[in-house]
Design a protein around this ligand. Structure first.
Ligand SMILES: Nc1nc2c(ncn2[C@@H]2O[C@H](COP(=O)(O)OP(=O)(O)OP(=O)(O)O)[C@@H](O)[C@H]2O)c(=O)[nH]1
Ligand SMILES: [Mg+2]
Length: 432
């Protein structure tokens, strides 16, 4: 973890290319991730190697070069572009004499820095402890120094079980803590489930923005809020030119004309080689996406590497079990492409080229969302007896009311609404 100091820690990013096409891109991204963690990247060291060497990952000469580069640039940390085995990390450290972490540790650190809500913090902590568990070593320092300032580990040192080694004891303490945190998460999820049930009760369709980190999900959310917020002062979410700006899911209601209201959620972004443990821990946060009626995959269309990013997004969606939800693919940042791309431009039902900073684009996106989620909308005539006045207000709340007449038997209303909502008013329907 970087210390909070005026001078950011100088780091070297390093990786092995197996001549994969997107290697340069993944190294650039590793640099961005390092920046997001507060580091100053001063050098890059790469090696072309078909099979990373077992013991040191890099070839032996490369490890020495890493050490020399660090000395030359006054760097105190090496970051490797892969998930390494504990012994590989140790051997690089030994050879280069510089503290070394892998891509997984780096991403965990960023998540640790960004987590704001209790739920996000717990999720990150679980992922972090699970990463540390196989990395514990037989020595006294144990995991205290890597524990991210959390409590609990030190106190148990006094009650080592009979015949239990230091390492076994450390592992036991860690497992226990993971168990406790998981339980906390379950309790929180139960509360969240209640809240999200309440949302479902309201029968408003739900739409989730998903996609690669920095694609423009939060900017799209804010743009739609500006145009269609139910309450104009509805809180904007944070948008930032930085990887993993958003870690917590935010849900806001969007009110399209004609009482076509839906709930929109902004979620945590994905990244290549996102640690499985992290995805696993973030399932609660991503539940909003998993339970959505419609997904909008926001793509950074100005980044040449966007096809890879889409692949990562789709793989991650599969991992959380959201692959069968209908999806609009929204190719964002079209304004940054200098190849004459025009926008907004709809390609078929499910594809939109747009810019989250452009009003016409957002209006187009809203139209597409509306078409999708209200595709099954039904128009019917409802006769509400005067004694059921509350039903009339309810109808006005959830439906687009096309016509209202007053008859001897009650209020006669022609209204259009989703199937789900229509079901609630079935007994008032007038056959025509
Ligand atoms: N030029 C341009 N910039 C955009 C557009 N959409 C988003 N951006 C910028 O791209 C950066 C990332 O946008 P965010 O909305 O924070 O991205 P995100 O997908 O929420 O990212 P994470 O929360 O990190 O996953 C910000 O600097 C935005 O201002 C666009 O259409 N055009
Ligand atoms: Mg965001």
């Amino acid at each position: 973890m970087p210390e909070t100091q005026a001078e950011p820690t100088k780091v070297i990013i390093s990786g092995i290319t197996r001549r994969q096409e997107n290697f340069d891109y993944t190294m650039t991204e590793l640099g961005e991730l390092a920046k997001a963690a507060g580091y100053n990247v001063v050098a890059k060291v790469t090696q072309s190697l078909d099979n990373p060497t077992g013991a040191t990952y890099f070839g032996k000469g490369k490890v020495e070069e890493l050490g020399e580069t660090a000395t030359m640039n006054d760097a105190s940390l090496i970051i490797v572009n892969d998930e390494l085995s504990p012994s590989q990390l140790r051997n690089i450290e030994k050879g280069a004499k510089v503290h070394t972490i892998d891509r997984t540790q780096l991403i965990l650190d960023i998540f640790g820095l960004r987590a704001r809500s209790k739920q996000a913090k717990t999720q990150v902590e679980i992922a972090r402890l699970r990463y540390q568990l196989p990395r514990l070593r037989q020595r006294n320092a144990g995991f205290d120094q890597q524990g991210g300032g959390s409590t609990g580990a030190g106190g148990a040192l006094a009650n080592r079980g009979a015949g239990e080694t230091q390492l076994e004891q450390d592992q036991r303490v860690l497992r226990k803590r993971i168990g406790r945190l998981k339980q906390e998460l379950v309790d929180e999820e139960r509360d969240e489930a209640v809240r999200s049930n309440q949302r479902q009760e309201s029968a408003y369709p739900t739409v989730a923005l998903v996609g690669y980190t920095n694609a423009g999900k939060s900017t799209t959310m804010n743009g739609l809020l500006n145009l269609f917020a139910e309450r104009p002062d509805d809180k904007q979410v944070e948008e930032k030119d930085m990887l993993f700006a958003t870690l917590d899911t935010s849900v806001r209601s969007i009110d399209l004309p004609g009482n076509r209201k839906f709930l929109l959620s902004d979620t945590v972004g994905f990244v290549g080689k996102l640690p499985t443990k992290l995805v696993d821990s973030f399932k609660a946060t991503l539940a909003e996406a998993k339970n959505a009626d419609l997904l909008i995959q926001v793509v950074d269309y100005a980044d040449d590497n966007y096809p890879d990013m889409m692949k990562v997004t789709e793989d991650t969606l599969k991992e959380i079990g959201a692959e069968d939800i209908p999806m609009i693919v929204a190719y964002n940042k079209a304004d940054l492409r200098n190849d004459g791309t025009t926008f907004p431009e709809e390609n078929g039902e499910d594809h939109l080229v747009y810019s989250a900073r452009d009003k016409a684009s957002l209006q187009k996106l809203a139209e597409m969302i509306e078409r999708h989620i209200f595709a099954d909308a039904v128009t019917a005539q409802y006769l509400i007896p005067f004694t059921d006045g509350a039903v009339v207000s309810k109808l006005n709340e959830v439906a687009r009311v096309d016509k209202t007449e007053y008859t001897e038997d009650g209020t006669l209303i022609t209204a259009t609404m989703t199937q789900a909502n229509a079901g609630r008013f079935a007994k008032y329907v007038q056959e025509q």
